[in-house]
Design a protein around this ligand. Structure first.
Ligand code: PLP
Length: 433
């Protein structure tokens, strides 16, 4: 398997280079060149195996011998060392709980796999500085995944005051090879600064930069595993299958589109968003208009210019019509999110988090006049947003030990403005010798 840049089809690199670089030299994103559909028997046999076996089969296709099978299988075992249960919430409505990892958000899956692949590759390359912009969950998942890994420094940019205190503690208190940069600005500013850093010739020459955002293809590949695992947990022939994905930067949904090319029998994807809706608007009108992000209670999805949209366009040859056939967009206000959390809890006892709630809402709206079997992704543990949730359900939550662990530690950050020059100066000041 080779990877090409969304800006230039003639650039071809192998998995190793795509992972180490994160982004192509021409600033394009890497995409697998040809995805072959898996034979139906293999997908059917996924029912008899577990998540690890499914992951090994699929990862093998994408890694293509850049990592020996034995090492890859260890990487997968280490990365996916937690459950991903499919929970029935209502008749024909299932929640795929992706939040049982160490930082209790789905990004653990991608970040842990990426960190281990990179660690394997850096044994034979020079020190890498990973830049990552976060609206909350990426920072904690990436920090946790890379903490203490030799040869890799991680620099996390996040918008000051816009990340929940619990999330902030998860990546600002670690020390070691993890530095947190607090930016006076929005998530979009942070993402833009990271983009500019990759495009900056001086930085490129002096620092070995890479990315751990979902623009890195090694974040997306492991996310295809659980689409198949979810399907494998349903009764045979549970069709038509509808998958609803709470979306912000659109990495998770892009992984789903790749899974579909691999043969996942999904009828339609629902792109569930909060009021930040550049993609639902595109799906409706054919026009893509990035815009400043707006703060919501589903803050990991407060993205005004989703990084992976470029990949989606490229996968469908920029055809709006083709994209519209596979994805339907939905968008919900904070008020609608709150109401659904309250109602689902009251009616079923199942507790949604604000992100999963958008997925649930989209799924219900679609199923209303399109019968089928629906799965929505629960992307974070509700306790990560306990203040919001407690107010909605008027009950106290039990906060898992994993989340409390960091609460008493001291936050340590570097504070900068949202000007790229400040960020660049900081990075250059870190090079010694
Ligand atoms: C990052 C995140 C999302 C959005 O995922 P994308 O891959 O960026 O679309 C949704 N929910 C939670 C909890 C997240 O952390």
């Amino acid at each position: 398997m080779k990877y090409y840049s969304t800006n230039n089809k003639s650039i071809r690199v192998n998995f190793r280079e795509a992972v180490l670089k994160g982004i192509a030299d021409d600033q394009g994103l890497f995409l697998p060149e040809k995805i072959k559909t898996l034979p139906e028997e293999i997908i059917r046999d996924f029912r008899k195996t577990g998540l690890n076996e499914i992951a090994c089969t699929i990862a093998g296709i994408f890694v293509n011998n850049d990592i020996p099978d034995k090492v890859l299988s260890e990487i997968i075992k280490d990365s996916l060392n937690f459950e991903i249960p499919l929970v029935k919430v209502e008749e024909n409505v299932f929640s795929l709980e992706l939040f049982h990892g160490p930082t209790m958000a789905f990004k653990d899956v991608g970040a842990r796999f990426l960190a281990r692949c990179m660690s394997y590759f850096t044994e034979t390359s020079k020190t890498i500085t990973i830049l990552v912009a976060t609206s909350g969950d990426t920072g904690s998942a990436v920090a946790n995944g890379f903490l203490g890994i030799e040869g890799i420094d991680v620099v996390i940019l996040y918008p000051s005051g816009k990340v929940s205190p619990l999330q902030e503690k998860q990546f600002t208190t670690l020390g070691k090879n993890i530095t947190a940069i607090e930016v006076s600005g929005t998530f979009d500013d942070c993402q833009e600064m990271v983009k500019l850093a990759f495009a900056d010739p001086e930085l490129k020459k002096r620092i070995n930069l890479s990315s751990a955002n979902s623009i890195n293809i090694a974040r997306l590949i492991p996310q295809t595993f659980y689409y198949f695992f979810a399907y494998a947990q349903l009764a045979l022939n549970s069709l038509p299958l509808i998958i609803s994905v709470p979306s912000g930067n659109y990495g998770n949904l892009t992984a789903g589109l790749i899974a579909k090319r691999l043969g996942l029998p999904v009828e339609i994807f629902l792109a569930a968003s909060n009021i930040n809706r550049p993609v639902p608007d595109y799906l409706e009108t054919g026009e893509f208009k990035p815009r400043p992000s707006i703060e919501t209670i589903a803050n990991a999805m407060d993205v005004g210019n989703p990084g992976n949209f470029e990949r989606i366009l490229e996968m469908y040859d920029h055809s709006w019509k083709a994209i519209k056939k596979e994805i339907i967009g939905f968008s919900y206000t904070d008020d609608q999110i709150r109401k659904s959390i309250k109602q689902v809890y009251k009616n079923t006892g199942y507790l949604l988090d604000p992100h999963g709630a958008t997925g649930y809402l989209a799924l219900k709206e679609y199923l209303y006049d399109h019968p089928g079997i629906g799965i929505f992704f629960e992307t974070a543990h509700p306790a990560k947003f306990h203040t919001i949730i407690e107010e909605i359900i008027e009950e106290d939550l039990i906060i898992p030990e994993k989340l409390l662990e960091f609460d008493n530690r001291r936050k340590k950050t570097v504070v900068i403005s949202n000007r790229f020059e400040d960020f660049k100066n900081y990075l250059l000041s870190q090079i010694t010798g």
